[in-house]
Design a protein around this ligand. Structure first.
Ligand code: ZN
Length: 180
């Protein structure tokens, strides 16, 4: 297991739809462990495989002490919505209010290829939606309205990390929880 470099906004892997997992082998289990370790080191509430440069449909989460992972997720979203601050380990130092479904039923597989269903609400639902978006090449600022997205893009361009070569591990330890 290893803590991996987290890819930052601007890296093309983050805007590329990830591939379905078809082989449930030791390599996949190592990926889940690397994702979990990298997420917990950051620390973050979730991490998707493309964020460590692996374009496969796998994510991990750590919400309210519940740590897990999901492979090839399919989501059933509630009609009830929630609005609140959202952040992303690939966009250090920035949070924006983002509207999400209040609860979600997520079906997929675990790392052994067994079917699993996760029922999430509040932050867990937010995390599952955020990470599944990553697997579709969607970054959460894509979910903001035009005005807020413009503000976000301006603030991103003003960060020290944007456009910098990805040679130094970004350590967002100064940030509180809620990072995905
Ligand atoms: Zn994210």
């Amino acid at each position: 297991m290893a803590v991996k470099l987290i890819r930052l906004f601007g890296d093309p892997v983050l805007t590329t739809p990830a591939l379905e997992v078809t082989v449930f082998d030791k390599e996949l289990r190592n990926l889940v462990r690397d994702l979990t370790e990298t997420m917990q080191d950051a620390p973050g509430a979730g991490l998707a495989a493309p964020q460590i440069g692996v374009s496969l449909r796998v994510f991990t989460y750590d919400v309210d002490g519940e740590v897990g992972h999901l492979i090839n997720p399919a989501l059933d979203l509630s009609e009830d919505l929630q609005d609140g601050p959202e952040g992303c380990l690939s966009l250090p130092e920035l949070t924006y209010d983002c509207i999400r479904a209040m609860s979600v039923i997520a079906k997929g597989m675990n790392m052994y290829g067994e079917p699993v269903t996760i029922h999430g609400s509040d932050l867990l639902a937010r995390a599952i939606q955020h990470e599944t978006d990553h697997l579709d090449g969607i970054i959460f600022i894509d979910r903001l309205d035009d005005e807020n997205r413009k503000i976000a893009m301006k603030e991103i361009r003003q960060t020290e990390w944007f456009g910098a070569p990805p040679t130094v591990k970004i350590s967002p330890h100064s940030l509180s929880n809620g990072l995905l």
